[in-house]
Each structure stands twice: as structure tokens, then as C-alpha cells.
Design a protein around this ligand. Structure first.
Ligand SMILES: Nc1ncnc2c1ncn2[C@@H]1O[C@H](COP(=O)(O)OP(=O)(O)O)[C@@H](O)[C@H]1O
Ligand SMILES: Nc1ccn([C@H]2C[C@H](O)[C@@H](COP(=O)(O)OP(=O)(O)O)O2)c(=O)n1
Length: 237
């Protein structure tokens, strides 16, 4: 696999972005970046700083001095805040409850946008989130928009968390969908040019196979186009 490819994977919670991205990156020898984990990490830092979560300026100030680092090995992704491992902390209900509010603050998004683009660098990476194909990497060679029925998403999340209350999980997913897609800065959208994949009827393995086939097809197309440009193929004599 060409090591400069960027695969942008967007979609709502529980659509399968993380598990699909990690498996695809591992299979294709690419790096992996979970941008949701970065927003969760800044949220944990903002909570620890005791900032007023109703006050965007207070959130921005608390986030401004926080150093977030992401390890991009798809088999062992890591996330630290000021050098401290926060992998478990960012999955707590407290962080989940507040992450969409923190992610709505423009200064928070700008700070992470700079970091995300620095990590993407020359590519060779699968990046997942809500604004990857639209804002972070609009020139990505491969753009995917994953969805699934809310019932399936809630069922998946409930099983993953070992929680009992599917209805509460579903309500929480829909609450975050609404904040994420309604915010003014970089709202969660289906990016222009993204291939829409409804994962509801497919197993994770089936989705991974479909995405790998698409990445191969799209990157072959790009290679063909580049070769065409190099030889002048397709242009007027
Ligand atoms: N196609 C699928 N079918 C069934 N379960 C899936 C599928 N894709 C992902 N899952 C499971 O659903 C849960 C949420 O998936 P995840 O990849 O974390 O979604 P997202 O990153 O979009 O929130 C995980 O436990 C994962 O193993
Ligand atoms: N690129 C991104 C990634 C996540 N976010 C926000 C919106 C999401 O509700 C939270 C958490 O994202 P995450 O991908 O961890 O959420 P789930 O694992 O799907 O529950 O962060 C964002 O605004 N932009």
C-alpha cells in the first residue's frame, strides 16, 4: 500500500469507525488516528482543571495549555495528557457526558486541528472522527461516511460497555449526534465525495473487507491518474 494515502473515516457514534479504522490500518500497514480520543482527552483535562463547562472561554483557557499526544500504532493506540496515560479515563461516562460541549468550542477545535494535521503529515494513515473528510483532510484520497441504525448503534455500544440500559445509551447517542451536527464550527457532516456505507446489516469483518477493497480501488485510480498525467495520456494532442 502506498504509504502516503490518507483514509478519512467519519460517522456518528457506534457506526463502527474505530474498529473498522484500526483493522483496515493494520491490514494495510498504515497508521491510525482516533480524533475522538483527542477531544475526549482535552475534555478530561478541562474537567480536571475545574473549568465552568457552561463557559466556552473557560473551556478554551483550560484546553490551551494542555499537551495531548496520540500514538498511531493501530494495534496499540495510545493517548496521553501532559504525559499521563488517559486511555481509561476518556471512556468514562463523565467524559462522554461533556465531550460534545467541549468539542463545540472553536479554540479547542483549532488546537486539535493543528495537531491532527501535524500527525497526518505526509500520510500513510487512517483518520477517524466527525470532520475529517470535510475539514481536517478534505483532500484525502479515500473518504468514507459510516452510519448504522440508531438501534444497532445503541445495541453495539451497550454490549461494548457491559451496560444494561439500551434505551439510555440510545438517548445519549442521539443527544451527542444533535450537538455534534448542530455546532457552528466544523459540524459533523457526510463529507463531499465520501462513500456512504450503512454498516447495519454487515459484520465488522464484512465492513473491513469492503473498506479495504475501496481503498485499493481508489488508490489504484489515483495511481492511474498520476501515470496519465505523467505521460500526457488523456490530454489533447
Ligand atoms: N459492523 C459491525 N457489526 C457489529 N458490531 C460492530 C460493527 N462495527 C463495529 N461493531 C462494534 O460496535 C461497537 C462500536 O464500534 P466502534 O468501532 O467503536 O464505533 P465508533 O468508532 O463509530 O463509535 C464496538 O464494540 C464494535 O466492536
Ligand atoms: N473529529 C471529531 C471527533 C470527535 N468529535 C467529538 C464529537 C463526539 O461526540 C466526541 C467523541 O468522539 P468519539 O469518536 O470518541 O465518540 P464515540 O467513540 O463514537 O462515542 O468528540 C468531534 O467533534 N470531531
Amino acid at each position: 500500500m502506498g504509504s502516503t494515502v490518507v483514509v478519512a473515516m467519519d460517522g456518528p457514534s457506534g457506526s463502527g469507525k474505530s474498529s473498522t479504522s484500526r483493522a483496515v490500518a493494520h491490514r494495510l500497514g498504515l497508521r491510525y488516528l482516533d480524533t475522538g480520543a483527542q477531544f475526549r482527552a482535552l475534555t478530561a483535562a478541562v474537567l480536571d482543571a475545574g473549568a465552568d463547562l457552561e463557559d466556552p472561554d473557560a473551556i478554551a483557557a483550560a484546553a490551551a495549555t494542555t499537551r495531548v499526544e496520540s500514538g498511531t500504532d493501530p494495534q496499540h493506540p495510545t493517548i496521553t495528557v501532559d504525559g499521563v496515560d488517559v486511555a481509561a479515563r476518556i471512556r468514562t461516562q463523565e467524559v462522554t457526558d461533556h465531550v460534545s460541549a467541549v468539542a463545540s468550542v472553536p479554540q479547542v477545535r483549532q488546537r486539535l486541528l493543528d495537531l491532527q494535521r501535524a500527525i497526518i503529515g505526509d500520510g500513510g494513515i487512517v483518520v477517524e472522527g466527525r470532520d475529517i473528510g470535510s475539514v481536517v483532510a478534505p483532500d484525502a484520497e479515500v473518504k468514507l461516511y459510516l452510519t448504522a441504525d440508531p438501534a444497532a448503534r445503541a445495541q453495539r455500544r451497550t454490549a461494548e460497555n457491559g451496560a444494561a440500559d439500551v434505551d439510555a445509551t440510545r438517548a445519549d447517542l442521539l443527544r451527542r449526534d444533535s450537538i455534534d451536527s448542530g455546532r457552528a464550527t466544523a459540524p459533523a457532516v457526510a463529507p463531499d465525495g465520501a462513500v456512504h456505507l450503512d454498516t447495519t446489516p454487515y459484520t465488522l469483518d464484512e465492513v473491513v473487507e469492503q473498506v479495504i477493497a475501496l481503498v485499493r480501488q481508489q488508490t489504484d485510480q489515483h495511481t492511474d491518474q498520476a501515470a496519465g498525467r505523467a505521460t500526457g495520456a488523456g490530454s489533447a494532442p
